[in-house]
Design a protein around this ligand. Structure first.
Ligand SMILES: O=C[C@H](O)[C@@H](O)CC(=O)C(=O)O
Ligand SMILES: [Zn+2]
Length: 278
């Protein structure tokens, strides 16, 4: 397992970042490495983002100095979404089969977490999000069919999409983590415009279903000082609480968003009027 620590950044500094520095601080360029668990620990809400890609055998979730407890989930909870081939996660002996697009919420206090692929020629890819937790809830699998589906947008604004709320208070109880998957319809490229901030929570985006050489231009920054990060397939972007988060692709795509912070109220957003953006 590899874990990289990143510190939080102040918006007054970020406005002076060049492209390389912006990417170094906010883009997670490599989420999946075969036969490894690769994580980024961000001091923004102590959010951990990364991936587990088991190929030749199971991978066990280990703790690390950055986590600071004997087991990874002693004081954390975890959301895993399978964006690869069929796989399986075992949590303290309980086996959860995860078809592509299935999500598993793993509660604080779980001691032994193992990731496995069913077919090494079509490995599972578990996209991982973790936040600190203070209580134990129920580990549960949430398939797309069990998620709360919200249809949004319209073709005239190139943003027709379905937001599947998977780890959400209406579906699954958690300490902090809220997570879902947004699927854009073909010929629709914009997500989250008009955009918003939510100073009460950070958010992490993971873009996929983006065949080469397609890219998503992910927008971030203060509303009056926007920047963009060019994102390729299976890369993640960390969005601080002061930042807008929105994107436009060179084609349609899917993304997973996850949040942690002071509340779990999905609708607690501060909408930015389009005319205020700079
Ligand atoms: O705070 C909520 C998040 O930004 C996402 O859920 C937005 C999103 O998926 C979309 O508009 O497509
Ligand atoms: Zn948001």
């Amino acid at each position: 397992m590899k874990i990289t620590v990143r510190h939080a950044s102040h918006q007054d500094d970020v406005r002076n970042y060049d492209t390389t520095k912006l990417r170094d601080h906010f883009l997670v360029p490599s989420v999946f490495e075969a036969d490894d668990i690769v994580l980024t620990y961000s001091h923004i809400d102590r959010f951990v983002v990364g991936g587990a890609m088991p190929v030749s055998g199971p991978l066990k979730l280990e703790s690390a100095k950055a986590i600071g407890s004997a087991n990874f989930l002693d004081r954390r909870e975890l959301g895993a979404v399978n964006v690869g081939g069929p796989g399986r996660i075992t949590v303290d002996g309980a086996v959860f089969e995860l078809a592509p697009r299935d999500c598993l919420y793993i509660t604080m206090g779980s001691l032994d977490v193992r990731f496995e692929s069913l077919d090494p020629t079509n490995p599972a890819k578990f996209y991982l999000n973790s936040a600190p937790a203070h209580a134990r809830f129920e580990t549960m699998k949430i398939s797309i069919a069990q998620a709360k589906a919200v249809h949004m947008g319209d073709p005239a604004q190139s943003n027709e999409r379905t937001i599947y709320q998977m780890i959400h208070p209406d579906v699954c109880r958690t300490a902090q983590l809220v997570l879902g998957m947004t699927v854009l319809k073909p010929n629709n490229m914009w997500n989250t415009m008009p955009c918003h901030t939510h100073d009460r929570r950070c958010e992490v985006y993971f873009y996929f279903d983006l065949p080469e050489p397609a890219r998503v231009f992910h927008f971030m920054g203060e509303p009056s000082e926007t920047r963009h990060v060019v994102v390729a397939n299976e890369q993640a972007v960390i969005s601080p609480s002061w930042s807008i988060h929105s994107g436009v692709g060179t084609r349609n795509y899917t993304f997973i968003w996850a949040m942690a912070g002071d509340n779990q109220d999905f609708t607690d957003m501060d909408f930015i009027p389009m005319e205020d953006l700079r």
